[in-house]
Design a protein around this ligand. Structure first.
Ligand code: IVH
Length: 667
């Protein structure tokens, strides 16, 4: 047989084995045999480089590392799902669907809700062209090079049973199986790398590697569950769509099932919740979708989620364990948080060793003591909580727990500000506070300084190399090289990352300063208000701040307090002197609604309140919660009540949602 023929044959054999393994779950050869076929193909391709194609199974780790991710716009937005928190909400969902379709006994596709990362795969004429993360739903990151390393993703579609359409966009979830996760963490440990907290984090980290050879070593799986844009073939329902995916060689979760009516929803949900710990991967709920595609179209979508689907959330998982000790952690604002150190206990796929106890009041209310056996709950990604003490199991030596009155880090006196439940260390030079502030400054949503992790910050502060945020900008490579764990290359990268972080935005910088109560959103509000002018912001007054919609007296007070401290002013000035610069703030000069006040009432169909408000404010208008003489327009959604009446009593113009859109369009 000539090489060309053998190459074609080997590719087909390998594709067929992949199909059997990933789609049919019925492998017919051992891994070793598969590898030897792959090696044969590799050597033939090496001898005949002209015969290498991009969809050959040898090309999974073909590409070189990229220096950054490109972006890919989703032709059809990747929506998310509305949640049903309990069975009653699932039944209510079925009620809405029945009403919307004017039909009883609706047929749904029931699916497990995989706890991984949503991705989109694009096939053109059967060839995998590119793939991306969900991103913000409209634009994702181009992770083609990493997705190609996942063996469950066919590089070309199988066409034995069904021809490939010109365009096929598929959405699915990339995840890591529980046993693969265990192996992966063992391997991490062997290589002296830190363990991943859970399979989801490991999957996310693996997909965001710039170097695909790293991703290729991670045991990533995928199940496909939805369509993006498709040309050249039409499906009547979800069941036949998923069936075709399997024929094309795309893995589909074998646990999916057609169910009918609310009974079908609750039964499937209950069944899966009971079995969740026995499944080979983590799921965080169920997903129910109207099966018929015409009916989906009739129901339509809201701005963020389709009306025809819902995610059923599972109850938080619980376990009991013993509190060995209570640690006091000090945050970047000096807040003292008691944390229970637990006998390790496995809940919902992770080993839990810590649980927050919040504050002294909570400890007193639940009477939590060292030595107690407690009921722990973990829901999703949130920090585990102590629900209650199991008093029957309390040993007789326990005593009530009291948070010490001195800071456990710097021994400075603590105080409890009036009206607050949290104790705070009053020493702004407390090393733990300094570390916290610097970590916050460098974090993703702040200045996003890659490589400035907790261990490095610890060393920098402990060795007195930095005392304040602005000191970061004068760090030299040779200083950093002397730190543990930091080689020449990493030190160089870190200096560069710090330097690059100087090009930022006003909002990021304000958020990065860590002013109490000023989160990411408020920072953006401030950016808009002060058009990125820092001097104006520094000289603001309580009255000025409180006049801003969304800013109340608490935020106003902490902002003023921050600027009244000269050392803060000096630190910010130093940052600017070292080269921190803000990108221009885009202001919409077209403000046709300037000076006009709008009130929204009832529920809007096409936008959330927040979105409507954003549109309005962008055009200079103001949204208010109450109807008064000052109101110019009331937008009445469905179910509008007393505000509508008041508006008509006052003779104010009332618009429907559609009329509001027209007004926006014509503005
Ligand atoms: S369908 C318009 N099906 O859950 C419907 N999503 O909260 C879009 N997910 O971003 C998604 N398992 O990453 C769908 N069987 C499943 C799913 C699933 C997990 C994730 C997905 C999505 C998120 C929505």
């Amino acid at each position: 047989m000539n090489s060309e023929k053998r190459i074609a044959e080997l590719r087909e054999i390998l594709q067929d084995h992949n199909y059997r393994y990933y789609v049919m779950d019925d492998p017919t050869i051992a891994d070793g045999e598969y590898d030897s076929l792959l090696r044969e193909l590799q050597s033939l391709e090496r001898e005949n480089p002209k015969l290498v194609t991009s969809d050959s199974p040898t090309q999974r780790v073909g590409s070189h590392p990229v220096s950054e991710f490109g972006t890919i716009k989703h032709r059809i937005p990747m929506l998310s799902l509305a949640n049903a928190m309990n069975e009653a909400e699932l039944v209510a969902f079925d009620g809405r669907i029945q009403k919307g379709l004017d039909q009883e006994s609706v047929i749904y596709m029931a699916e497990p809700k995989l706890d991984g990362l949503g991705v989109e795969l694009v096939y053109e004429n059967g060839i995998f062209i590119h793939g991306s993360t969900r991103g913000d739903g409209f634009t994702g990151e181009d992770i083609t090079h990493n997705l190609k390393t996942i063996r469950g993703i066919p590089l070309s579609l199988r066409t034995n049973d069904l021809p490939a359409p010109p365009l096929l966009e598929i959405r699915g979830e990339v995840f890591i199986r529980k046993n693969d996760f265990k192996d992966l963490n063992e391997k991490q440990e062997l290589n002296e790398k830190s363990a991943f907290a859970n399979p989801r984090n490991a999957a996310a980290g693996s997909l965001r590697q710039l170097d695909p050879t790293i991703t290729a070593e991670r045991p990533l799986s995928i199940y496909c569950y939805e369509a993006g844009m498709i040309n050249g073939v039409e499906f009547v329902d979800h069941a036949s769509f998923l069936d075709s995916l399997k024929k094309w060689g795309l893995p589909v979760n074998p646990f999916i099932k057609i169910v009918t009516g609310s009974k079908g929803l609750t039964q499937f949900h209950q069944e899966l919740e009971d079995r969740r710990n026995d499944l080979p991967y983590e799921i965080d709920g169920t997903v129910f979708k109207v099966n018929n595609y015409n009916k989906r179209d009739d129901l339509g979508t809201r701005s963020r989620s389709p009306r025809w689907a819902i995610a059923g959330k599972f109850k938080a998982q619980q376990a009991t364990t013993v509190i060995h000790d209570i640690d006091i952690q000090v945050g970047r604002t000096g807040a003292l948080t008691p944390v229970a150190k637990l006998e390790p206990v496995y809940i919902a796929g992770v080993t839990v060793t810590n649980a927050t106890l919040h504050n002294q009041d909570e400890i007193i209310r639940k009477d939590i003591r060292i030595g107690d056996t407690v009921l722990i709950e973990r829901a999703g990604d949130v920090i585990p909580k102590v629900m209650k003490v199991i008093k029957e199991k309390r040993p007789n030596w326990t005593k009530p727990f009291q948070i010490p009155s001195a800071c456990p880090v710097c021994q400075h006196e603590t105080h409890r500000p009036e009206g607050e439940v949290i104790l705070r260390c009053g020493n702004i030079s407390c090393p733990r506070q300094i570390k916290g502030r610097i970590q916050h400054f460098a974090s993703k949503l702040a200045l996003d300084i890659d490589g400035l992790g907790e261990k490095i910050v610890d060393q920098l502060v402990n060795e007195d190399l930095i005392q304040s945020i602005d000191d970061l900008f004068v760090l030299k490579q040779d200083t950093l090289e002397k730190l543990d764990r930091l080689g020449e290359k990493s030190a160089e990268n870190l200096v560069e990352a710090i330097s690059n972080s100087k090009d930022t935005t006003f909002a990021r910088f304000i958020y990065a300063l860590g002013i109490r109560n000023v989160g990411e959103h408020i920072a953006k509000v401030l950016e808009k208000q002060y058009s990125g002018n820092l001097t104006e912001f520094q000289n603001t007054t309580v009255e000025d701040l409180e006049a801003i919609d969304e800013i109340g007296p608490i935020v106003a007070e902490t902002v003023i307090q921050f600027w009244s401290d000269d050392s803060n002013k000096k630190m910010v000035q130093n940052c600017l002197d070292y080269g921190v610069r803000f990108a221009d703030v885009e202001v919409n000069l077209h403000q046709p609604f300037a000076g006009q006040t709008f009130v929204f009432t009832g529920s809007l169909q096409q936008l959330t309140r927040k979105e409507a408000k954003d549109i309005l404010e962008d055009l200079g208008g103001k949204a208010s919660g109450a109807v008064s003489e000052k109101t110019d327009f009331v937008i009445a959604g469905s179910g509008a009540g007393s505000k509508l009446k008041k508006a008509s009593d006052l003779g104010i113009s009332i618009l429907t949602e559609e009329e509001f859109f027209d007004k926006v369009k014509n503005a």
